[in-house]
Design a protein around this ligand. Structure first.
Ligand SMILES: Nc1ncnc2c1ncn2[C@@H]1O[C@H](COP(=O)(O)OP(=O)(O)OP(=O)(O)O)[C@@H](O)[C@H]1O
Length: 426
């Protein structure tokens, strides 16, 4: 392997710095493997040169006996570079995707918990990792989002994740590490061919490269094209959803039903992504689309893990699954921040006598200013509140008199003439 100079890799780090908000720290996600060990090494030079704050974070998964050795290596490396290191021990639970996916989940949860919002995390994945990710997605039958592989830059839960070396080959990184006589830890599981990614890395891709020497580069390039197409579709879908939106909660199902099937699929998936909900599996999605044009009175519900969709009065609602409500009622002195099963009630009311809060039971009547005594049921129908929400309203009661109807956490639907319920923030 011909030794490589590190300058091109350092230049990519300088480019990545431009993507990092000024005044915020950069954190190298340091596994202790070759790539991230080289990343923290070169990042320490680049950041020192331009006076940016650099830190490293190592997640100790505790999954293998070698894990302690990884931590010691990270400690020694960061000490030699004078880079502050945070080590987080996590316990890896179970996941449908196997132990690898569970470790990844635990790792990201640790990033979100231990890195301040607004900071930037640098990951050491490179072109060959991207090629593997694309092939894995294709073998799962993924759509364009999966085929886009890993993004260069992504924002999640207030953190910025950047992969500065996504366009660099593994060979180049390895040659640089050797040229610098760098030390790193070899993960013994990297050789385990029972793991899909390892099989691609050690058996499938080398065989492809025998015939097509630039196979990894070409696959990574395809992922980049798919990423661009995905982003573009996202922009179109976003603009179209804006025209279909009827309120913060729903879009026009009748208008959606007039679009082509492929457009409907894109719009429903984008709607889910906007709400940070999982997208429906193929069959569930088709079942939902079949029912988009249901009659006004029909009430359609299609569920999938982590989300559900409802069509009601020709409107499409997509939401997190509604869990059954527990038995609950509570005495309220009128102060904001009262914890309810649906979150903290951010409302206040000045009252001499304590009020009782409870779920709607039916039969409540409220005396409204200028409108007299009204059935809450009738008011809910007139206000077009969807049926599933009608059961999740909080009634403000004094003895048997209904004084207010609240949609948690802070929307007062109606209040009686002799009371004033206000938002705590105003
Ligand atoms: N235990 C960990 N602690 C902190 N960051 C990690 C850890 N494991 C992985 N990462 C980050 O996620 C990236 C991708 O993980 P992956 O498992 O593909 O890498 P690796 O082969 O373990 O390590 P390397 O990329 O350093 O050779 C790593 O480059 C690293 O930046």
């Amino acid at each position: 392997m011909a030794p490589q100079r590190p300058e091109p890799l350092e230049r990519l780090l300088t480019d990545a710095l431009a993507e990092t908000p000024p005044g915020r720290s950069i954190w190298v996600a340091l596994s202790g493997g070759l790539d991230s060990s080289l990343l923290v090494h070169l990042a320490s030079h680049v950041c020192r040169r331009v006076g940016r704050s650099l830190r490293a974070i190592h997640i100790h998964h505790g999954l293998q006996t070698a894990a302690d050795g990884f931590e010691q290596h990270c400690q020694a490396l960061c000490k030699s570079l004078d880079v502050p290191l945070t080590v987080v021990r996590v316990s890896v639970g179970s996941s449908d995707g196997g132990i690898e996916a569970a470790a990844r989940q635990a790792r990201y949860a640790a990033f979100y918990e231990h890195i301040p919002a607004g900071d930037c995390v640098w990951l050491a994945q490179h072109q060959d990792d991207q090629a593997e990710t694309l092939l894995l997605a294709a073998l799962r039958g993924s759509g364009i989002r999966g085929l886009a592989g890993m993004p260069y830059r992504r924002e999640a839960q207030g953190l910025y994740f950047i992969r500065p070396w996504l366009s660099v080959s593994r060979k180049h990184i390895e040659a640089c590490a050797h040229a610098l006589a760098l030390r790193w830890c070899e993960d013994p599981t990297n050789r385990d061919l029972a793991i899909d990614r390892n099989r691609l890395r050690h058996a499938v891709i080398p065989s492809l490269e025998n015939r097509w020497p630039h196979a990894s580069e070409a696959l990574a390039q395809s992922a980049a094209h798919a990423g661009e197409a995905d982003a573009l579709l996202g922009e179109y879908a976003q603009a179209e959803l804006d025209t279909l939106r009827l309120s913060a909660e729903c879009i026009d199902a009748a208008a959606l039903a007039t679009r082509s099937r492929s457009r409907q699929r894109l719009l429903v998936r984008t709607l889910c992504q906007q709400q940070h909900l999982p997208t429906p599996p193929k069959r569930r999605l088709e079942a939902l689309l079949e029912q988009l044009a249901a009659s006004v009175d029909a009430s359609v519900q299609v569920s999938w893990p982590g989300a559900e969709a409802r069509v009601w009065r020709k409107r499409l609602y997509i939401m997190a699954p509604l869990h059954p409500l527990p038995q609950w009622q509570h005495t309220w002195g009128g102060q904001p921040g009262l914890e309810t099963p649906l979150g903290a009630l951010e409302l206040a009311v000045s009252t001499q006598t304590p009020l009782m809060l409870r779920w709607r039971q039916g039969g409540e009547v409220i005396a409204l200013a200028g409108r007299g005594r009204r059935d809450v049921k009738r008011l809910l129908q007139e206000a077009d509140i969807p049926p599933w929400e009608r059961e999740r309203l909080i009634m403000v009661m004094r003895a048997n008199t209904c004084l207010g109807v609240i949609r948690p956490p802070d929307r007062v639907l109606w209040q009686a003439a002799d009371i004033s319920i206000t938002r705590a923030t105003t």
